[in-house]
Design a protein around this ligand. Structure first.
Ligand SMILES: Nc1ncnc2c1ncn2[C@@H]1O[C@H](COP(=O)(O)OP(=O)(O)OP(=O)(O)O)[C@@H](O)[C@H]1O
Ligand SMILES: [Mg+2]
Length: 575
């Protein structure tokens, strides 16, 4: 990279440096600073003074050391071979997964050599997004080499099938050479042709989400929860089991050992649909609590840029970021050091704009090349003291489609995932209901609302039951309380640690939910026939309570059989 012209450091304040002698430098321009050439971005410019944030530890940096302006914004290099790798917030490879030894300077991912097969003919008129060739890697999905945004014209030359690295020209389009890789500025959304609002569900494999508060592919959601309520576990479950083509997992200011464990688990687990290791569809961006704070700031934009790159190939890409509160802490530190006027609780005044710029990059689009692709964003927010009115939590709620609230009482009672069904919401649920109706499950909407009304009715009755005792309630109400227990234990609770239950297919979800509703229906009928409430309450529902564990993750038929046996046994109570 040719970096010109040369300036110098005049002040160092933590990760923020003041630079003189870079006359034409622009806001968000990429800079390298000091003898170690630490990478950074310009935040403000004032006459001859530029203030930049650096993405590395600045200990030892002194006044007078040189600085270079890049002449372009901070970019990442996108290409084949990213999947399965671990990088920092600037997409620099981390050499050791256990220690997260981070690199210096702007090193690039080791793209390596890849087998390229041409798919375009010389003389063809190519536009951005058109297919140039395919790279055969161990990666799945297939890696498409596309004309990058901004390049168009006649294909003058194309490389024959063979093995190439990122320095070799694989095609010449209207006089411009292209390689297997391309650069993209992280803060700028990649272009697309059209945005769509009709969408298929983003299947998480977690019943409480898929049934009660589902989101669509191309949508966004955030998990809000206090300390230790299960945010990381839930996000890791999504990284493992959701039905995405590519997962970009951002560990942002969280514990390094959690990420190391996740990488180990993803390596050992196989994808049920492809039979291949789950790590092969995953890219991990690590900026754990022991790494320089500032690279967190860039990491979520890097993640969404990588996601858009795969979206453009026609993939369903998902960003999972744990946690955006730690990301916002970096914003707050910057605000205090640059002297920006702080707004709420010390966060910079543009915090809402920064959050919006990130979440708005989720979506389902027709790509510039005419493919159908999505970027889904799922994040966590860990507000101090579980306070939902705190700035990061309250602004995030405005920009996401779904809010998944963790409940302290549920977590304390070891009801996992501890998602509150009364305070969580999804703005996608009507659209998902229509999708189910059109795709073979017309009862989905009715099942969901019956489960919701059972839960709501039980919440109301529990207060009364505590005052007067359960036995004082009429039988229908006692049966609501009984079924409420079944909804919670059979449908909503799901163990991340049980291999049959960690993920649940949509048909098995439907079967479990229907089984509980059928039991409720049967119990009401038996009550009407004179079977006492206490007899129904003492009935052994064990087979149903164990059904999620005793059947495989996709064994809906197994659940249906267990439920049929159980309701038949219940009917014998009447005789
Ligand atoms: N789905 C689940 N199945 C089983 N156990 C769970 C589940 N979710 C959470 N737990 C339990 O709760 C503990 C804390 O969860 P986790 O680390 O995900 O919380 P967190 O909200 O990320 O915490 P922190 O605020 O410290 O980041 C886990 O170690 C595990 O024992
Ligand atoms: Mg956590």
């Amino acid at each position: 990279m040719d970096l010109n012209p040369r300036g110098r450091i005049v002040r160092v304040n933590g990760p923020v440096v003041h630079l003189a002698g870079l006359p034409d430098v622009a806001r968000f321009e990429y800079v390298e600073v000091g003898d170690r050439r630490l990478p950074g971005e310009v935040l403000t410019v004032d006459h001859d003074l530029a203030i930049a944030e650096l993405y590395e530890y600045t200990g030892g940096l002194t006044v007078g050391e040189p600085a270079w302006a890049g002449g372009h914004p901070l970019t990442v290099e996108l290409g084949p071979g990213l999947l399965g790798g671990i990088y920092d917030g600037l997409l620099r490879p981390l050499s050791d997964a256990d220690e997260f030894l981070y690199p210096r300077g702007l090193t690039r991912p080791p793209i390596g050599r890849h087998r390229f097969e041409p798919d375009a003919t010389i003389g063809a008129d190519l536009a951005p997004g058109d297919l140039v060739g395919t790279v055969r890697t161990a990666d799945r999905p297939e890696h498409l080499v596309l004309v990058p945004p901004g390049l168009a014209g006649k294909l003058e030359q194309i490389a024959p099938a063979g093995s190439y690295d990122s320095s070799e020209t694989i095609a010449t389009i209207a006089g411009t050479e292209m390689t297997l890789t391309s650069e993209w500025p992280i803060r700028q959304p990649r272009p697309y042709r059209e945005r769509h609002h009709d969408r298929a569900p983003f299947v998480t494999g977690q019943r409480v989400l898929d049934i009660l508060e589902p989101i669509a592919k191309g949508s966004s959601a955030t998990v809000i929860g206090g300390f230790g309520e299960g945010k990381t576990m839930l996000l890791e479950q999504l990284a493992k089991w959701s039905d995405a083509d590519v997962i970009i997992y951002v560990g942002c200011g969280e514990r390094g050992n959690e990420l190391a464990d996740l990488i180990g688990e993803l390596t050992d687990l196989t994808d049920p649909t492809t039979g291949r290791s789950l790590v092969e569809r995953t890219i991990i961006l690590a900026n754990t609590s022991n790494m320089p704070v500032m690279a967190r700031e860039a990491s979520i934009y890097t993640a969404v840029t990588v996601a858009e790159y795969f979206r453009d190939m026609g993939c369903h890409a998902v960003i999972i970021a744990d946690s955006t509160s730690r990301w916002a802490e970096a914003q707050r530190e910057l605000a205090s050091r640059t002297g920006a006027i702080p707004a709420e609780q010390g966060y910079p005044a543009d915090l809402p704009a920064a959050l919006a710029a990130f979440y708005q990059r989720a979506g389902r689009v027709t790509t510039v090349g005419g493919r159908d692709g999505t970027v889904t964003i799922v994040t966590s927010v860990s507000p101090p003291g579980g306070d939902l009115t705190e700035p990061v939590a309250s602004h995030t709620q405005r920009f996401v489609q779904a809010l998944w609230v963790l409940d302290r009482d549920l977590a304390y009672a070891r009801h996992y995932p501890a998602i509150s069904w009364s305070t969580s919401f999804s703005r996608d649920s009507d659209a998902i209901g229509r999708w189910h109706a059109a795709n073979g499950d017309p009862d989905w909407v009715a099942r969901r609302s019956r489960l919701q009304s059972l839960l709501a009715e039980a919440a109301r009755l529990q207060g009364i039951a505590e005052l007067v005792g359960v036995t004082a309630l009429p039988i229908e109400e006692r049966l609501v309380l009984l079924s409420n227990r079944l909804v919670r234990e059979v449908v909503l609770q799901q163990s991340a640690l049980n291999k049959n239950d960690a993920s649940c297919s949509l048909p098995k979800q439907a079967a479990l939910a229907q089984a509980v509703l059928d039991v409720h229906h049967t119990a009401l009928a038996l009550g009407n026939e004179g079977v006492p409430a206490s007899v129904l309450e003492d009935f052994d529902f064990g087979p149903l309570l164990r059904a999620k564990d005793s059947t495989g993750p996709d064994d809906a038929a197994g659940v249906v059989a267990i439920a049929a046996g159980l309701t038949e046994a219940m009917r014998r109570l009447a005789s």
